[in-house]
Design a protein around this ligand. Structure first.
Ligand code: 0CM
Ligand code: SF4
Length: 339
């Protein structure tokens, strides 16, 4: 990696790659993926996981090979088994259903999603109408809405504002999904404020640091890029947003790919600068595959576009920490000579 390389003689020496930083795994994804791996080590296979642990095809396939079984609903999990909840969070009814089926649960919900759940519960207890900005049908929105279904109305983007009604426009708050476009969300909020001038804002940003930082980085490279390649899966909200943000920032073209072999050679026609980034659920090995693919086609010069430093980490889900601690204690007790 580094700055511009010396210009070699011959054609096509204006080809370069701008590589976004930060990109890829966020703290919540890292924790959730490690949680599945640790659970497999600790309890053995199978570990059931309700929904994709994170929205990435490669991650899901890799964990399946290690013994994880992904299911759509808790009802599919055999009684007495272990089920893990994905990083996107679940509604309280899902916890109740799991308890009814006598399942042992490990909750890998990202703490930043849990924070939004708690905000929803608090505002619902204060009898607010909650306008939850998010994408209809997305797992996170289903989970958050489930905390207070009678108080929450989904607002799916600026065009949906016209349809929103509330009980009392002096007691309305907006919250959001963690993985939205910052700019589009602000547009939605502005429209909501026009309609409900007393609208209260969330106590802190609901769109998480990782989503925001990846959008800032792709914006920085957008105007200079003829093509932006975003590595990520089609059902990954934050990854899809990076394509939109790149185009909004002036990139001539932008595409989402799961793997390097999905890149179409035709996209490179007349392209000097290729921007590369990845969503929060994407392991960097997939980005390395894309860089290798580009390098084989003359895009070997890679410049880092650094927008932020990230150092945040989250501890493992508490159920796992408890059992790992118990195991460590049992092991060290076993080491002790009998008295
Ligand atoms: O929410 P999104 O669809 O972006 O999920 P993801 O699994 O791709 O990214 C990480 C998260 C969360 C919550
Ligand atoms: Fe948590 Fe944000 Fe990562 Fe989602 S994208 S898992 S909210 S840190």
């Amino acid at each position: 990696m580094g700055g511009m390389t010396a210009t070699p003689a011959g054609p096509s020496n204006d080809k370069r790659v701008l590589l976004a930083a930060p990109r890829g795994y966020c703290a919540g994804v890292d924790r959730a993926v490690i949680a599945v791996e640790k659970a497999l080590e600790q309890y053995g296979s199978p570990i059931y996981v309700r929904h994709e642990i994170v929205h990435n095809k490669y991650v899901v396939q890799t964990l399946e090979r290690k013994g994880a079984i992904f299911v759509d609903e808790t009802a599919e999990v055999p009684e007495g088994s272990i089920v893990m909840f994905s990083a996107h969070g679940v509604a309280p009814t899902v916890h109740a259903e799991a308890a009814e089926r006598k399942l042992a649960t490990i909750d890998a919900t990202c703490p930043l999603v849990t924070k939004v759940h708690k905000e929803a519960v608090r505002f619902a207890n204060e009898d607010y109408d909650i306008l939850l900005i998010g994408h209809e049908g997305h797992e996170e929105v289903i989970g958050t809405s489930g905390e207070a279904p009678e108080h929450i109305t989904l607002v799916d983007g600026p065009d949906d504002v016209a349809n929103v009604t509330v009980r009392d426009d002096s007691k309305v708050v907006w919250l959001s999904q963690t993985t939205l476009s910052v700019d589009e969300t602000m547009e939605t909020v502005d429209k909501l404020k026009e309609k409900f001038p007393q609208l209260v804002s969330p106590p802190s940003d609901d769109i998480c640091y990782a989503t925001q930082n990846r959008q800032i980085a792709v914006k920085q490279m957008g105007a200079d890029a003829d093509l932006v390649i975003v590595v990520g899966s089609k059902n990954s909200s934050n990854s899809v947003r990076l394509v939109e943000v790149a185009l909004g920032a002036g990139a001539r073209d932008a595409h989402l790919v799961d793997f390097a072999d999905e890149i179409d050679e035709a996209w490179l026609e007349g392209v000097s600068t290729v921007g590369v980034t990845s969503g929060a659920s994407v392991p960097d090995v997939l980005v390395e595959g894309v860089l290798e693919w580009l390098s084989q086609r003359g895009y070997a010069d890679v410049e880092l576009v650094k927008a932020a430093e990230e150092s945040i980490t989250f501890s493992l889900p508490k159920e796992l920490r408890r059992d790992l601690r118990a195991e460590a204690a049992a092991l060290s007790a076993g080491d002790r000579p009998a008295t």
